[in-house]
Design a protein around this ligand. Structure first.
Ligand code: IPM
Ligand code: MN
Length: 351
């Protein structure tokens, strides 16, 4: 297969973890006879510095012309501490999601046999967890009306959803559930929010089209609790943009390290693959960041190209590295801490 991949390394540890995913993907391409053409493009603070814009048009064109986008991370403390900054790296991420129409963010949570005891949660609660949070990504409070009034003393952000936005996400959720545990949970705050009531109404109307899927409705505050009490109770969760943002950070703790969880963002055209962790600026340039979430995001990419064996080869070499202790300092636990680049080299060689 010939694949054209846009490579958006971004900020902080982004370039370092992306390098390892490229090494691993190239090793896969060699082994399985594929040809990958990588096209790097600027995003985030790096793009602001170069061209004054966090998601330049040129980057958008490169993404649109690609078969997929592999993305590192975005964000820089220089902007976090400056509330008056006019352009922020994160705006690039949001603009990219919107312009590429990436309305569904797929964030899986699973455990690694060799890491179960690294999780702060008890083994018996988390062992065997395998769930997907399907987060709406181009609507809700992230993109609703916002502003200031009363001379700046009142601020507002609005959560707006249209029926079609909920419906297209819910359909993806139902279809995913059909291929997995056949359970779908709609997570909302319908006891308070009108937008959530629209979510429930819309999902309820779809239930009869998917009679094999068992559907439940739960409030987001309760799910925040149940997710860590009994994550095995969930299969596919669908939820609004902000709720999904919060719950997926929470869920990442189940696996033992935030450095492990991959994600994909899909829409009607090109899809994007990225680790769920952020740019971790404190570690930037030190060659210490865990590259596995990005490497596993590349596995999700191969899977979506229907290259199942390739995806499996990546997952299995990652499991092997964990079992053999070829890990970065976040997982080293007193043992040897490998560098980011060493983990990448090891994975590529073992493929
Ligand atoms: C994420 C991040 C982003 C979000 C930020 C960086 C804008 O936290 O991808 O989860 O809130 O969506
Ligand atoms: Mn987040």
């Amino acid at each position: 297969m010939n694949l054209k991949i846009a490579l958006l390394a971004g900020d902080g540890i982004g370039p370092e973890v992306i390098d390892q995913a490229v090494k691993v993907s190239n090793a896969i391409a060699e082994k399985f006879n594929h040809n990958i053409e990588w096209t790097p493009a600027l995003t985030g603070a790096a793009a602001i510095d170069a061209v004054g814009e966090p998601y330049p048009d040129e980057t958008h064109d490169i993404c649109q012309a690609a078969d997929a986008v592999l993305f590192g991370a975005i964000g820089h403390p220089r902007f976090d501490n400056d509330p008056s900054a006019k352009v922020r790296p994160e705006q690039g991420l949001l603009k990219m999601r919107q312009k590429l129409g990436l309305f569904a963010n797929v964030r899986p949570t699973f455990t690694f046999p060799s890491l179960i005891d690294k999780s702060p949660l008890k083994r018996e609660r988390i062992e065997g967890t395998d769930l997907i949070i399907l987060r709406e990504l181009t609507g809700g409070v992230y993109f609703g009306d916002r502003g200031r009034k009363d001379g700046g003393d009142t601020a507002f952000d609005t959560m707006t959803y249209q029926r079609f936005e909920v419906e297209r996400l819910a359909r993806k959720g139902f279809e995913m559930a059909l291929k997995r545990g056949k359970k779908l949970c709609c997570v909302d705050k319908a006891n308070v929010l009108e937008a959530s009531r629209l979510w429930r109404e819309t999902v309820q109307a779809l239930e009869k089209e998917y009679p094999e899927v068992e559907v439940t409705y739960e409030f987001v505050d309760a799910v925040a609790m149940r997710l860590i009490q009994w994550p095995k109770g969930y299969d596919v969760i669908i939820t609004a943009n902000l709720f999904g943002d919060i719950l997926t950070d929470e869920a990442s703790v189940i696996s033992g390290s935030m450095g492990l969880m991959p994600s994909s963002s899909v829409g009607s055209e090109v899809s994007l693959y990225e680790p769920i962790h952020g740019s971790y600026p404190q570690a930037a340039g030190k060659d210490i960041a865990n590259p596995l979430a990005t490497v596993l995001s590349a596995a999700m990419m191969f899977e979506d190209f229907d290259l199942k064996e390739e995806a499996e080869a990546i997952r299995s070499v990652v499991n092997k590295s964990l079992a053999e202790g070829v890990v970065t300092e976040d997982l080293a636990d007193g043992g040897k801490a490998y560098k980011t680049s060493e983990v990448g080299d090891w994975l590529a060689t073992n493929i």
